[in-house]
Write a protein of this length. Structure first.
Length: 73
C-alpha cells in the first residue's frame, strides 16, 4: 500500500470525530428538552449551558474535519 492511500485512510478515520460531535449535540439537546419538559420554569437556567455544550461539541467536530483536511493534503 502506498503512502497516498494511507493518507486518505487516515483522513477518513479522522472524520469519524464529526460523527461523535453529532451524537454529542443530539445528547445535549435531548437532555435539554427532557429537562424543560420536567420543569418548564427552569428553561432560562438550562438554555445557555446547553448552547455552550453544543458549541463545544461542534467545535470538536470542526477540529476533526480540519485535521482530516490537513491529513489529505
Amino acid at each position: 500500500m502506498d503512502l497516498t492511500a494511507l493518507k486518505f485512510i487516515g483522513a477518513g478515520i479522522a472524520t469519524l470525530g464529526m460523527f461523535g460531535a453529532a451524537l454529542g449535540v443530539g445528547n445535549v439537546f435531548n437532555a435539554l428538552v427532557s429537562g424543560i419538559a420536567r420543569n418548564p420554569s427552569a428553561k432560562k437556567d438550562m438554555f445557555v449551558p446547553a448552547l455552550i455544550g453544543a458549541g463545544l461539541a461542534e467545535a470538536l467536530g470542526i477540529l476533526s474535519f480540519v485535521i482530516a483536511i490537513l491529513l489529505a493534503l
